[in-house]
Design a protein around this ligand. Structure first.
Ligand code: ADP
Length: 392
C-alpha cells in the first residue's frame, strides 16, 4: 500500500522552522532585555547618585535644593518604572526564577514596617502590624525577595490611596496556608475594577491616577509572583470605605524558633555528637537539622545511600545515622547492610513513609536499631536519639 506523505513532510518542516524562529526570537528578547537593563540602569544610577551628592551640598541656594530634589525624585521614579517593566519582561520570557529558602516572616514584616513608617508619618495616617505568630521568629520555606516585593507593592498602594485613617498589614495561619493581608481605609475600588486592576497597565481611573502616580504594573507583577509561589492574590473592597488585599501562600516546612529552643534545651549535654542524616529530600533534611538547632549535635547530610556509606567509612566519627529508606542510587536498606558490615555498633534509625507494624518488625529484624515514621515528630525523634545514644 502506498501513501503520499509529501504534504505531511512539508508541514513537519514548517513546524520545525517555526519552532526555531520562536527559539531565536526568545534568545533575542533575552539578550535585548539584558542590554536594555544595563544600558538604562547605568545612566539612571549615575543621575540618582550624583543628585544625591548635590543635595548634600550645604552651600546650595533654596532654589537649587528644590531642583535637585525634583531630579532625585523623578529619577528614582523612572528607575522603579524601568525595574517594573524589566520584571514584567523577565516573567514573560520565563527568566524569573523562584528561590526557596527558610525565611523569617516576622523579620520580613518588621523590616517593611520600618521602611513604610516614615511615609505614613508624612501623610499623618496610622500604620499597624499584626503577626499571626507572636514568636520572635517565624520561619517558612518561601522566596523572601518575591514575598517582600509583593507585600511592599501592596503596602505602597495602600498608603498611596489612603488619606485618612490607617493602613494595617499582617498575616494569619491555618494548617496549610499563610494568608497575608494589607488593609486600608482609603478610596476603595469599584466592583467592576476589582479584577482588571491585576492586569498589566490597568488602573481604576487614568485621570485620577495621574494624581496618584504609578504605572499600573505593581499588581500584575504581584499576581505573577504569587502564582510562581503556588499561591494567589485577591481583593475585597468598597469605594470610600477601603480595601483589603490578600496574598495566600502554601505553608511549607514551618519551623519555629521557640520550638527549636525548647528542643535544644533538652539536647544540651556535656558531650557532642555527630548525626548523619541520609535523606534525598532537602526540606526533610532541613527540618531535622532545625530540630537540632543550637544543640551539641552536629548534623551532616548524605543525599543517598552511597554517600551515607562513604561518610561512615571516612575519618568522621559518626555517632548515629537517621536513614531514609527510599533514596536514589543506593537505598536505605542496602546502605544499612553495607555499614553494618563495617561498623556493627553504630545506631541506625530507619525513617520511612510507611507506618505499618509488620514493616517495623521487618526493619528491626534486618538490622536497624529503631524505626521512625514520617512526618517525623520532634519529640519522638529526640526521645529515640537520646535513648539510643545512652546505650551506645
Ligand atoms: P499602580 O499603583 O502603579 O497604578 P498597581 O498595579 O499597583 O499599579 O495598581 C493598579 C491600580 O489598582 C491602581 O492604579 C489603583 O487604581 C488600584 N489600586 C491598587 N491598590 C489600591 C488600593 N489600596 N486602594 C485603591 N485602589 C487601589
Amino acid at each position: 500500500m502506498k501513501e503520499d506523505i509529501t504534504m505531511r513532510k512539508l508541514m513537519e518542516q514548517e513546524l520545525i522552522e517555526a519552532r526555531n524562529r520562536a527559539l531565536r526570537s526568545d534568545k533575542l528578547k533575552e539578550a535585548f532585555l539584558q542590554n536594555l537593563s544595563h544600558e538604562i540602569r547605568t545612566p539612571l544610577n549615575a543621575i540618582v547618585g550624583f543628585s544625591e551628592l548635590l543635595s548634600m551640598d550645604i552651600n546650595q541656594t533654596k532654589e537649587q535644593k528644590d531642583y535637585t530634589s525634583i531630579i532625585m525624585n523623578s529619577s528614582n521614579q523612572l528607575l522603579s518604572i524601568v525595574n517594573d517593566i524589566l520584571t514584567i519582561a523577565k516573567i514573560q520570557t520565563g527568566q524569573e526564577v523562584v528561590v526557596l529558602k527558610s525565611t523569617d516572616i516576622n523579620s520580613v514584616l518588621d523590616n517593611l514596617y520600618k521602611i513604610f513608617r516614615s511615609q505614613v508619618d508624612i501623610k499623618r495616617i496610622g500604620l499597624n502590624l499584626r503577626k499571626g505568630n507572636k514568636n520572635p521568629q517565624f520561619l517558612i520555606l518561601t522566596d523572601e525577595t518575591k514575598v517582600t516585593q509583593i507585600l511592599s507593592n501592596l503596602i505602597n498602594n495602600a498608603i498611596k490611596f489612603t488619606d485618612k485613617g490607617m493602613v494595617e498589614f499582617g498575616y494569619s495561619l491555618n494548617e496549610k496556608h499563610i494568608e497575608f493581608y494589607v488593609k486600608d481605609s482609603g478610596i476603595g475600588i469599584p466592583k467592576e475594577f476589582q479584577q482588571i486592576i491585576f492586569e498589566r497597565f490597568r488602573q481604576v481611573e487614568s485621570s485620577l491616577n495621574r494624581n496618584f502616580g504609578g504605572t499600573g504594573l505593581g499588581l500584575s507583577i504581584s499576581k505573577a509572583f504569587a502564582e510562581m509561589l503556588e499561591g494567589n492574590i485577591r481583593v475585597e473592597s468598597e469605594p470610600s470605605i477601603g480595601s483589603v488585599f490578600y496574598l495566600t501562600l502554601p505553608l511549607k516546612a514551618t519551623i519555629e524558633l521557640t520550638e527549636k529552643q525548647t528542643t535544644s534545651n533538652n539536647l544540651i549535654t556535656n558531650e557532642s555528637y555527630i548525626i548523619l542524616v541520609a535523606e534525598d529530600e532537602i526540606y526533610n533534611f532541613q527540618l531535622i537539622e532545625a530540630y537540632f538547632y543550637k544543640s551539641n549535635y552536629t548534623i551532616i547530610h548524605a543525599h543517598n545511600g552511597q554517600e551515607a556509606i562513604d561518610l561512615c567509612t571516612s575519618e568522621l566519627n559518626i555517632d548515629m545515622i537517621l536513614m531514609d529508606i527510599k533514596m536514589p542510587y543506593v537505598d536505605g536498606i542496602t546502605a544499612m547492610k553495607e555499614i553494618r558490615k563495617q561498623n556493627i555498633k553504630i545506631p541506625i534509625i530507619a525513617q520511612t513513609a510507611y507506618a505499618l507494624e509488620t514493616e517495623r518488625q521487618h526493619l528491626l529484624e534486618i538490622g536497624f536499631s529503631d524505626y521512625i515514621a514520617k512526618p517525623i515528630k520532634k519529640e519522638e525523634l529526640i526521645q529515640k536519639v537520646i535513648k539510643l545514644l545512652q546505650v551506645k
